[in-house]
Design a protein around this ligand. Structure first.
Ligand code: NAD
Ligand code: UD1
Length: 337
């Protein structure tokens, strides 16, 4: 697995993964249409590592552009991050989400098959479990009903990749179900740079801390959780990125289809996050209690045992480090890249 194509590699999780791939001396090609990222992330990855990934600006829906990349390079595996991920936008523009995330992935797989590359790691999400049937969430549980087109697109792609794998034994597919990625590289040079007002909790908190946003709205304090606020499994993006390197090893062992959670196994509430962030940053986070957000579940956290057993992977970084690193990134880059 020496030459790796990383779709969406200039984005948040992609850039942290590219950094680790370069540190492992992999030959990395990034394919990204820059619809939700900036090339500056990869410039900074080069600055940190002293190494460079090849960058190709292109869209995964563009068969010719993808074909060109595979014709010119001997690609061993694809790590497929490219996709749109804004839940609210997906409700307003479902066709865009299905076309980009579902058709885009189908197109990618077709081109891969044509060029004899049948190794892929896919960015799935804990959202495919829907409303948790049991906690912690383990991979043996049935997938549920995602509450929005973004989540549906992740579930659809999982099903498509499973069918592709079942039909042709040459494929090796790793479906990684991420829990809630937060944090940034400890240098503070790369991190999450959302467009507009953030939907997710951590970037919202960090923007309140810089003064860009006035206060946090806590979506509901009447859930059946220890303090009434929603509980999630926050995972440091560096640990998450490392899971992809382990997944490449799994692919090299010709594992066929493998589905795996990437989480810490530990749930924290919204108020735990606020308190830990305040302690880590020295900044006060004013908040108000607001109504529940539609589509939210009370609690969601992983059983990470399968990743430990099959990938030899375990999240190492705790909540304090996640908050410190998120804050270093945001305070050094208040306007992102
Ligand atoms: P991101 O938006 O920072 O990165 C996605 C990248 O894909 C961006 O650089 C964007 O420009 C690119 N892209 C989008 N559509 C493309 C297309 N058609 N062709 C080429 N490039 C395209 O998001 P992220 O947080 O790094 O997420 C990476 C992946 O992980 C996504 O598939 C996302 O759905 C999934 N995921 C993210 C989270 C999360 O909380 N961040 C959770 C679960 C799953
Ligand atoms: C959300 C998406 C999920 C997606 C994931 C990663 C929804 C319903 N779910 O997950 O599909 O895979 O992001 O992009 O949008 N919270 C607040 N105030 C805020 C923001 C969040 O109280 O301003 C709370 C939420 O109610 C939740 C927790 O913080 O309890 C985490 O929210 P968030 O970061 O948006 O992640 P998820 O809801 O888990």
């Amino acid at each position: 697995m020496n030459t790796v194509l990383v779709t969406g590699g200039s984005g948040y999780i992609g850039s942290h993964t590219v950094l680790q791939l370069l540190e492992q001396n992999k030959n990395v090609i990034v394919f990204d249409n820059l619809s939700n990222s900036s090339l500056e992330s990869l410039n900074r990855v080069s600055e940190i590592t002293g190494k460079r990934a090849e960058f190709i600006e292109g869209d995964i829906r563009d068969t010719d552009a993808l074909g060109d990349v595979f014709s010119k390079n001997d690609i061993d595996a694809v790590i497929h991050f490219a996709g749109l991920k804004a839940v609210g936008e997906s409700v307003e523009k479902p066709m865009l989400y299905y076309e980009n995330n579902v058709y885009g992935t189908l197109n990618l797989c077709n081109v891969m098959a044509q060029h004899g590359c049948k190794n892929i790691i896919f960015s799935s999400s804990a959202t495919v479990y829907g409303d948790p049937a049991a906690l912690p969430l383990h991979e043996g549980l049935p997938t549920g009903q995602p509450t929005n087109p973004y989540g549906q697109s992740k579930l659809m792609v999982e099903l498509i990749l499973k069918d592709i794998c079942n039909a042709d034994n040459d494929w090796n597919v790793v479906l990684l179900r991420y829990f809630n990625p937060v944090g940034a590289h400890p240098s503070g040079r790369i991190g999450e740079d959302p467009n507009g007002i953030p939907n997710n909790l951590m970037p919202f908190i960090t923007q309140v801390a810089t003064g860009k946003l006035k206060q946090l709205s806590v979506f509901g304090d009447d859930y059946n959780t220890p303090d009434g606020t929603g509980v999630r499994d926050y995972i440091h993006v560096e640990d998450l990125a490392n899971g992809h390197l382990k997944a490449l090893d799994k692919i090299a062992s010709k594992a066929g289809l493998f589905t795996c959670n990437l989480g810490t196994g530990q749930g924290y509430s919204v108020l735990d996050m606020v308190k830990t962030f305040e302690a880590a940053s020295g900044q006060k986070i004013p908040y108000v209690i607001a109504p529940r957000r539609s589509g939210d579940v009370a609690s969601c956290y992983a059983d990470p045992a399968l990743a430990a057993k099959e990938l030899g992977w375990k999240a190492e970084k705790g909540l304090k480090e996640m908050c410190e690193d998120s804050w270093r990134w945001q305070s050094n880059n208040p306007n992102g890249y």
